[in-house]
Design a protein around this ligand. Structure first.
Ligand code: DAH
Length: 345
């Protein structure tokens, strides 16, 4: 016959010391007591004794569990000086976000031009046709207006012309030239860039988005010539791509510049050495931007006398610059909000 008293004393002592007191219910001694019921003379009295022991153990286990749940912490002295060098625990359980590649690269571009003395201005998301076309030497009915696949709104301006979502940052040229007009009288140059969003009603593919970013630049002073245009753009591109690059300048047509050029860059990836290059298709050159000497009519529309002052302007796709820098094959990735793409930057 089991010694109930002894087993009880021992199991209760174990509960009192255990950090997992409930495990005592699985003790072999207890199991033996259960199986002893078969051989007991007075099964009812034996069973009652086992139940009594179990009830005592349960009570002791609950008491021990509450004791363990009470954490013994030092009281906090809220007036104590704090360790300002202690590492600040992160509030974010997972990785932190990163700056979007379009924002980060635009900030770099602004920084490079700022060091060359250009101020940055913003464009707008709705404009009138006077600024988008008229001030840029596209009179009403000019065929080149159709090249711009411009989104029209149902709202109209004072002349009854539909307001538009600007299809190029050149829409800001007239305002920028007027805003900084005083600089010319002070013998300084107007030097401004407009990096901002533009909109075109285009069929979408790997190279075309309806909403994308352009970088407009204008520089006006006395004696500005095309060599300064080419040197400025070459300087910018070398700073942006971090290497010496050859440029190729081809004649082109824009209503707002005369002469006009298209500017190509020696491929920063393969330098013309890879006939399968994804960036230049093996040609060694990538057409990058439009530019030229500002047309006299554009200067006149901003009250600048073209017989005294000359200037250059350029317009470049920011998405295109970034795609070439990081070998991104599809422009649509940039605005896709796909984390696996964005997390690479
Ligand atoms: N606005 C032109 C476009 O979107 C780009 C451009 C070309 C801008 C020549 C200029 C320029 O300022 O001089 O196609």
């Amino acid at each position: 016959m089991a010694d109930f008293q002894q087993i009880q004393t021992e199991l209760l002592a174990r509960v009192g010391e255990s950090t997992e007191p409930r495990s005592v219910l699985r003790a072999p001694e207890l199991r033996e007591l259960y199986s002893g019921i078969r051989d007991a003379n007075d099964k009812a009295a034996y069973g009652a004794q086992v139940n009594e022991l179990k009830a005592q153990l349960e009570a002791a286990i609950s008491a021990r569990e509450s004791q363990l749940a009470e954490v013994d912490l030092e009281p906090i002295d809220v007036t104590a000086p704090m360790d300002t060098n202690a590492p600040v625990p992160s509030l974010l359980p997972t990785e932190q976000g990163t700056i979007h590649p379009l924002s980060r690269e635009t900030a770099r571009i602004i920084d490079i031009f700022a060091r060359m003395g250009f101020v940055a201005e913003q464009s707008r998301e709705i404009d009138d046709q006077y600024h988008m076309f008229e001030t840029l030497n596209f009179p009403k009915g000019h065929p080149a207006r159709d090249d711009y696949d411009t989104f029209m709104t149902v709202e109209t301006d004072a002349d009854g012309e539909p307001l538009i979502a600007p299809a190029h940052t050149s829409t800001m040229q007239n305002r920028v030239l007027k805003k900084y007009h005083d600089k010319l009288e002070a013998g300084e140059a107007i030097a401004a860039i407009v990096p901002d969003r533009v909109f075109r009603n285009e069929d979408l593919d790997a190279r075309h988005e309806h909403t994308f970013y352009q970088l407009e630049g204008v520089y006006v002073a006395k004696g500005v010539h095309a060599g300064m245009l080419i040197a400025t753009l070459q300087e910018f591109l070398q700073a942006y791509y971090g290497q010496d690059l050859d440029v190729r300048v081809n004649p082109f047509y824009f209503p707002f510049t005369e002469p006009s050029f298209e500017f190509a860059l020696s491929c920063p990836f393969c330098k013309g050495q890879d006939s399968n290059c994804k960036v230049c298709s093996g040609e060694g050159w990538v057409e990058l931007l439009g530019c030229g000497m500002i047309h006299p009519n554009v200067l006149k529309a901003a009250d600048i006398d073209p017989s005294v002052y000359t200037g250059f302007a350029f317009g470049c796709g920011i998405d295109r610059l970034i795609m070439m820098k990081h070998q991104i094959e599809d422009i649509r990735h940039l605005e896709s909000a796909k984390l696996d793409f964005l997390e690479q930057f």
